[in-house]
Design a protein around this ligand. Sequence first.
Ligand code: FE2
Length: 388
Amino acid sequence: MLGETRSNLLWIMMLLFCASCAKYSAQFEDKTQQQLPNAPLIQTVYLIGDGGNAPANQSTPLFDHLTEVFSIADSKSTSIWLGDNIYPVGLAPVGHEDRALGEHRLKVEMNSLKNFKGKSYFIPGNHDWYEYGDQGVLRQEEFVESYMTNQELHASRGQDEYFVPSHTCGDIKEVIVNDQLVILLMDSQWFLNQVDKYPSDHCLLHSRKDFENQLLAFAEKHKEKSIIFAAHHPVYTYGQHGGNISFSNHFFPLRQLNKKLWIPLPFVGTASGKGRTVVTHQDVNHVMNKYYQDIIKRAMAKSAKSILVSGHEHCLQFIERDDQYFLVSGSASKKEAVKKGEGTLFSMGEHGYAKLLYYENGQTWVQFVALDKKADSYTVKFTHQLKF
Ligand SMILES: [Fe+2]
């Protein structure tokens, strides 16, 4: 009897907690679907994040889908690869047993661009820096530049570099897409946790303060235009980097170490989910991450048409907060549950990507595409017009 009561109490606790758990299914502020305008586009920007986990010797359904999407996209298009391009620890040196898998994971991503007529930019994430530090990032840069410049359409792209910022510097890459749109590409992992570790004599920026000054200066320079701020780390997120973990991880936290460990530890799981966000640079409650968030938001505030696009969190999110837009697209090769938080207009813990559509009439729209399990295909899950 006592055992049964305890069991019931555990289930009641689980259900109560579950109400605040992160979910994999699509969540909306407003389920009403909007329709894209039938008007000429001046630019489409594809946003793909955390794509570096393809299985050995294989592509993935998402990259097969993207290959088709990119092959019919016109030259007024840009793809931004939002970091964590190689899991788990970046590109190993030639001769290392992990080198082949690292190259394969990059090639799967780059092969999807074989017939893409637009421009493409790869930025690093924390996993690209792990283990090998600046040497791993440098190797990845060299590999990407070499592979992309050998691709069939390189000459027509007219692009001088693909992996940015270059030479493991924190220097922000300014891309003037047209007279209405600018993209600022950053290495947020350099800012959060690498800037003090490696020589920067060959770089323009040498410190976090330099980064802050350069970002604010670029934002001021382009304040009359639409600005896409692109960095691996989000400012707002309601997935595990924001301290929100799935139902399973709340109650069975050891499954994060081993999928077979179904041992209920509800308070441990909940506490570890919240506590880790203060301890690691990678999560939103860490003091350095808060400094990063503050700089990004101040830069964004200079233009009335700003958006931060990022990966890192393995889900899709579109958040409107403080009259600014924050997009997370980090589920190109991994997926995690996500909670609906303050300002969430859309979120989903499924494989997918996002795109921003800039129209000749001045309108800007966002669209998220994700795996539809029932249809076994990638379909549009959310379409929304931005207020500017
Ligand atoms: Fe990451």
